[in-house]
Design a protein around this ligand. Sequence first.
Ligand SMILES: Cc1cc2nc3c(=O)[nH]c(=O)nc-3n(C[C@H](O)[C@H](O)[C@H](O)COP(=O)(O)OP(=O)(O)OC[C@H]3O[C@@H](n4cnc5c(N)ncnc54)[C@H](O)[C@@H]3O)c2cc1C
Length: 387
Amino acid sequence: MPSPYEVTPGEAVDKTFDVVVVGAGGAGVAAAAQDGATVCIVEKEADAGGNTLVAGCAFQNVADYQVWDPANPDATTGVCEYNGETYDKATNDMGRLDTLRTILNWSEEPFDETVDTDGALTVEEYDLPNRGVHAEYLETLQTLKSQIREYLDWADAKIAAGAAETDLTVFSTPELHIFQTYYGGLRLSNDHSYWIYSDIDLVRQFVEQIGDAKAWMADQGSIFDWGTTCNTLIGCMWQRINTFVGGTVDGVEDDSKYGCYFAVPINTVLKANEANEVMYRTTAKSLIIDDTGRVTGVNCELYDGTPITLHANKAVILATGGYGANILTTNRSLAQGEGITMAQDVGAAVTGMGFTPLMPLGWADDGKLAGGMGENVIFVSPAGTEN
Ligand SMILES: Cc1cc2nc3c(=O)[nH]c(=O)nc-3n(C[C@H](O)[C@H](O)[C@H](O)COP(=O)(O)OP(=O)(O)OC[C@H]3O[C@@H](n4cnc5c(N)ncnc54)[C@H](O)[C@@H]3O)c2cc1C
């Protein structure tokens, strides 16, 4: 197809920064907003955001002041350490106690790796609670069971006295978040030949540091709803979502996801050093390596063909997101896995490439996002509907 407009490449650009970040999605912008170094963010689209901008805004973390406190089990409010405000505790959605009882009965035997569950999809179909647990998650499971026992002793007494499950303060701990991340991803590989599950160190880092990340963003001007929400969303397994509200930059409030996740940290980046830059419509093409194999920069191209060479004194950070848009998907078309292939081209090892998380939110025939949040949609498999 002929181009709707003519562009001519400009003169080649050659620049040096301490750090070059490829990709201005959530990960790239957060990485760039650390202090102490000159930074350039390279983004192939005309604005920051990536898939992060179309995500469901579900910021999951265990907010201890909103959930059941064994030291003060009948408390109906809690104080948020970050802002000193008092918020109502959240109460259970229906079915939470059943899930806790399932975990309480989870086998502590070594995980049974037998491959005999062709076609299984759910925790029940895989019969995960009876298959046991991988060794590195055993201690988390045992700690979690003792927390659940304490909670159920309290909850069962309340129910015996006439309370409804939905009246009771919700149970939620970091151990539950870690264990649900484990069994939520525990399944057979795509070719059904082996079991896959999350790396516990990464899960722990994610669960234990996510609260600090929220405070770090709020310190810069991002605004969250710290206390009135504690809900869940399709794809999440528990009530631990707080929602964004927006962000304030130089006294001006932007009440959007962009305001919260992008306007604020990009402002931090640009204010930290006048040499810092975000280069939009600039695609990273390949990594530059020196003769020891160390990555020292990135070859890029501006939308008009202008070659841009960026050198990095300290580090190149690849934050180009996933590769979901290689298939029918709800991802934005920008998600092509370019950072992964660029890194592989210079010899990087990759991990978890056989794992693709899927959410039942798209249409199978064109990959478009279904309406609503999933709960007001009926999904019918086009492959066979006799049953
Ligand atoms: C419809 C949908 C709903 C979702 N809902 C949620 C949710 O509610 N909660 C949740 O936690 N997660 C959710 N997710 C997942 C979440 O959006 C992603 O995990 C997250 O945004 C990934 O962030 P990222 O920074 O790694 O990638 P992205 O945000 O995709 O950023 C990558 C950036 O790199 C740029 N880039 C790519 N290649 C190049 C290149 N060669 N040169 C220069 N720039 C490049 C892209 O243009 C993009 O801006 C959802 C995802 C989708 C698609």
